[in-house]
Design a protein. Sequence first.
Length: 741
Amino acid sequence: MDAITRRKFIQIGAAGAGVAAVGSGLTTRWWGLDGDPVEDPGTEGDRVVPTFCELCFWNCGQLAHVKDGRVTKITGNPDHPLSRGMLCPRGAGATGLLYDPDRLKRPLVRASKRGEDVFQEVSWDAALNKVGEGLLRVKARHGAEAVALFTHGFGGSWFKWFMKVWGSPNIGAPSYAQCRGPREAAYTLTYGAPLGSPEPIDIENARVITLIGSHLGENMHNTQVQELADAVGKGAQLVVVDPRFSVAAGKARYWLPVKPGTDVALLLAWMNVIVEEKRYDAEYLAKYATGLDELKAHVAGKTPEWAWPLTGVRPELIRESARFIAAARPASLVHPGRHTTWTGDDTQRARAMAILAALLGSWGRRGGYLSTGAVSLAGYPVQAPAGAVRPAADKPKQGGYPVADEVLASGLCDATRPGFAMYDMKAWIVYGTNLMQSLPAPQETVKAVQGLDFLVAIDVLPAEICGWADVVLPEATYLERDDDLAAPRWKTPFVAIRQAAVEPLYDSRPGWWIAKEMGKAVGLGAHFPWKDAAEFVETRARASGLDVAELRRKGALAGKRIATCEEEGAPPPISTESGKIQLHSAELAKLGFDPIPSFYPPEEGPPGSFRLLMGRAPTHTFGRTANNRLLAEPYPENEVWINADAARALPTPVRNGDRVMLVNQDGVKSGPVRAKVTERIRGDCVYLVHGWGHTARGLRYARGRGASTSALTTRYKVDPIMGGTGMNVNFVRLEPAERSA
Ligand SMILES: Nc1nc2c(c(=O)[nH]1)N[C@H]1C(S)=C(S)[C@@H](COP(=O)(O)OP(=O)(O)OC[C@H]3O[C@@H](n4cnc5c(=O)[nH]c(N)nc54)[C@H](O)[C@@H]3O)O[C@H]1N2
Ligand SMILES: Nc1nc2c(c(=O)[nH]1)N[C@H]1C(S)=C(S)[C@@H](COP(=O)(O)OP(=O)(O)OC[C@H]3O[C@@H](n4cnc5c(=O)[nH]c(N)nc54)[C@H](O)[C@@H]3O)O[C@H]1N2
Ligand code: SF4
Ligand SMILES: [Mo]
């Protein structure tokens, strides 16, 4: 059956409800009807257009059903290896973005002081002229490199090309220094290469899966959730380390409610047990690793009893879970996590996880870390950009961040702020990233933005960052546009195509067109010779020997599964300089950092305060879906999780459902947010789903709903190894919300 009832949708979507992904679409027409299962009122399209999703960055394959010019339903594409016929709730609810009444509809030009969010609608010609003038003025005064691009999302490729021909290397995404950066640095130091996205892990065949704050099931990366459900179905067991009893913890054999920020101590104690009891893969390590003796010496004495007072986890639990994890090796997967910028020691924590994976012999093994491959695609034949460019703006700072392998979005922001005069960043192009919510310390972002000569935002919704722009360009949503081909590394290499299902609404335009017109506006039109995105991808596809008609018909063409190294009788893929897994990192030692992770206790907050933790809800992606009326039904706003005993002990005790205000250590106060009083979290922290508490006046639905983690993140701790911004270093008090009469 293709239809899915609202009730079933909510069951799958709601926290606590397990890990299955949604097998089919939902529609705008019957969504919102309460009560019993409703028959699908005929949402099959007259046409079905294969494309891929942009509700998050996993980019699952979708089939968009179109009837009478409207998208009526979106289902998972069975031919796409990342969706395998299923979507997560957000992908199924993407029509809520397409038909969001608050979408950006026409180009806007600022009509008042910057930041006052007052705009005038103008024609595309007028808006593009302004962009051309703004950028050329900055180039004339400060050089091309003074322009930065912030980008997140697949459509960013057109703007990265713009930057290349414009001549600036300053391209950053918050998905690095605010997300997976520490992990990438750690795996590079240990195995020689970053993991990238989608992660090359074999959840499907693992027998024990260890999740360290990786809350799969709430974090809804579709393929991983599907594989987790399959693995659990086949008898795989979970070990979950989380201060909060997550959805995954509810399915786990062991839940270790670790004190936030102390995972390194726990990991060292696990390694102590595995080493002392000789439960590691000695043969594998002898062949492929270096530094085992140093590691043994390092973890000596770091017993579960040592870790107990540091982590709050009972020694028997540490010991038993360590044995359990080791017993399943090598099909014992320590999930590498993804959002790893927590407390500033994040590269070291991720290193400890990478080292544990090596002790288990799971790198390059079935049920552990796998080999992946990508379809190699021909480029579009185009004139190469001329001239040399200065290094990226965060490079002077990277003297201190030698292991960072991408530009830091936070570094670009620093380089823009007065007082950080190492570089003159004077203009920002912001594509599909709401920097006011995604960079820490919004007060610093505002300072940076106030100092800019020019800011253009390209978005689909009037997000907070748009309110600070000089020019706002309305992009067509992904369901209304073609984009470049996707060919990420995966177990089965594949190529996927994004195709417009319907015409752009209002006066919105696709990114490829906007980038090309921006190119013309600055005199670089010759570098954008393609007629449109369709001609661009067809040229690439044909030159790569692909059958374009079949690609268009199926949406994705997948190759054969990559053989594992075991199947090939080959060693695991290790690309460090020594050719060995670095249990002990000579590179870190050379740079003056601990060559093997050591535990440093996290700083405590003011008395009576709780450490603020954050995460995801299954039906939302950060702040980008908060205004989506379909996805708001199952989850209309975030709530603050607080431990039941702690809530009772507050000066003004808080009951479940009460509205409270959160006040952080710097006096910043959130809007009223509902309290979820629960046994499912430790008493020293509280938890919010990120992406709420919008302030943008154009987000008429989301504005003022829930509490903003970003506003409360006035502090952050920089990871000295790669420059990531640890954000779980803020503390809040709870105050009763002023009651309205
Ligand atoms: N406080 C705090 N900060 C965080 C995090 C956290 O948990 N807490 N998480 C971090 C993580 S893991 C990440 S990856 C980053 C994510 O940070 P971002 O990438 O900035 O994500 P969003 O905040 O959702 O902003 C996405 C913007 O893209 C717009 N958009 C959506 N679709 C399109 C499209 O098709 N075209 C265009 N042009 N625009 C589009 C949306 O309207 C929205 O304004 O944030 C990081 N920052
Ligand atoms: N539905 C949905 N899914 C998503 C996203 C989304 O926005 N919505 N975003 C995607 C993206 S870009 C990313 S990066 C990932 C993020 O998802 P994850 O990689 O899973 O990372 P986090 O959001 O940091 O994980 C939050 C969990 O870590 C726990 N935690 C907090 N502090 C600590 C600590 O000190 N120690 C331990 N052990 N645990 C701790 C929290 O209680 C919470 O359960 O999700 C992806 N999937
Ligand atoms: S995981 Fe969900 S939101 Fe992300 S791409 Fe896949 S279907 Fe879309
Ligand atoms: Mo992320």
